[in-house]
Write a protein that binds this ligand. Structure first.
Ligand SMILES: *Cc1c(COP(=O)(O)O)cnc(C)c1O
Length: 382
């Protein structure tokens, strides 16, 4: 096993990832396929590090947003089915075909290029049609001309139209139902013209839990794989997989009135013990958590004080005099033992939970555990 090259690292509990994917599989049953969403480096958990746990415990596909994410997975896993849900520029489509990646298409032109490349490589590129039911991001607009265009795509001989999908805006039950019905209507028209799709899908994590009726025969869960809950109506047993950890680098005593960090925005109101911890906003920690964020040491909260720097920040240890250099620090935990959980961090940083985990950069190594033992280490740098 590789050495961990930094005190600041992301620990990923693979048992919890496996628990979550099994829990999702149990929820949807045997007739619904799972495209496990591992974009943005697996929401910060390390896509390559969790891929096997997902594919061996219920996932049918690994879904990403962009070509380079799919290619990185393909380098490590020759057999897994990979799906790019986002836009791939025409000039990069050759990589999609070379690497046997399933591509989203929402323009006839893209399908035509893939069809040509299919001939060139003697392959049948696999595509899923993206149909826009109101999100207004990517996809064929909901109209009769689009059905004609999709028919043209389905008639191309050198591609395999394996699926058709849409995405809910999650505005509320009424609007979401409208979107679903637009999607069903489009599929009906296409099926009436004699086309069939192996996979039809519209649901992400929240909708897969909240709207069992719209699961069709594939879902695309991201957040819930990692144990991040955003759903409102349904319920699902999940365990957070991520813990963000570091160690105290340095401790000093400062006198009442001294300032800490840039601009002395924090000043000691009393003689204080100040710890320096080696993480900052370049690790993905929100810089706006100054005066709001805290870390946990020996089960006690230590507030972050002063401006958060790129690579370091300072914490108040005055009330934790037993803390010493090298002690373990929990940056994000699951909320137990006074740790800052992902939901609370996101609220303090005024964003959502997915942003908090996906913004963790590649500077912290990823450390994978099973049965509380380290089983794999990924250092992206070093
Ligand atoms: C990111 C994404 C998902 C997964 O979203 P979660 O809310 O994390 O489940 C599903 N589908 C598409 C098209 C996405 O871009």
């Amino acid at each position: 096993m590789k050495p961990i090259l930094r005190d600041t690292f992301v620990e990923v509990n693979l048992d919890n990832i496996i628990f979550n994917i099994k829990s999702i599989k149990k929820m949807v049953g045997g007739n619904v396929a799972i495209a496990a969403v591992v974009k943005a480096n697996g929401y910060g958990h390390g896509a390559v590090g969790i891929a096997k746990a997902l594919m061996e415990n219920g996932a049918d596909y690994l879904a990403v947003a962009a070509l380079n994410e799919a290619m990185d997975l393909r380098k490590h896993f020759k057999e897994y089915k990979l799906f790019i849900m986002g836009f791939t520029p025409d000039s990069y489509l050759e990589h999609v075909v070379e690497n046997d990646i399933t591509q989203t298409v929402f323009l006839y032109r893209q399908a035509e290029i893939l069809n040509e490349l299919g001939m060139k490589y003697n392959k049948k590129p696999v595509v899923h049609i993206k149909y826009d039911t109101g999100f207004n991001r990517l996809g064929f607009r909901d109209c009769e001309e689009s059905i004609d265009e999709i028919e043209k795509i389905c008639s191309l001989k050198n591609i395999y139209v394996e699926g058709i999908f849409s995405h809910l805006a999650l505005v509320g039950k009424k609007e979401d139902e409208k979107q679903y019905h637009k999607f069903i209507k489009a599929i009906d028209s296409l099926e009436k013209r004699g086309f069939a799709f192996k996979y039809k899908h519209i649901e992400d994590s929240i909708s897969a839990v909240d709207y069992p009726k719209y699961r069709m025969n594939m879902i695309r869960p991201g957040a819930i794989i990692y144990g991040i809950k955003g759903f409102h109506y349904g319920s699902l047993d999940l365990k957070q997989a991520l813990t963000f950890k570091t160690k105290i680098a340095y401790i000093k005593r400062i006198a009442k009135g001294e300032g800490v960090s840039y601009d002395y925005l924090w000043k000691a109101q009393r003689d204080s013990i100040v710890g320096t911890v080696p993480f900052g906003y370049a690790d993905g920690y929100p810089r706006n958590l100054r005066d709001k964020g805290y870390v946990t040491i020996h089960g006690k909260c230590a507030p972050i004080i002063g401006v958060i720097c790129m690579d370091q920040c300072m914490i108040d240890l005055t009330h934790i005099p037993e803390a010493s250099e090298g002690d373990d620090v929990i940056i994000y935990g699951d909320g137990t033992n006074n740790t800052l959980d992902i939901h609370t961090v996101s609220r303090l940083a005024e964003t959502n939970k997915n942003e908090i985990v996906s913004r963790i950069t590649m500077r912290p190594p990823r450390v994978y555990t099973k049965d509380n033992k380290i089983v794999n280490v990924i250092n992206y740098i070093g």
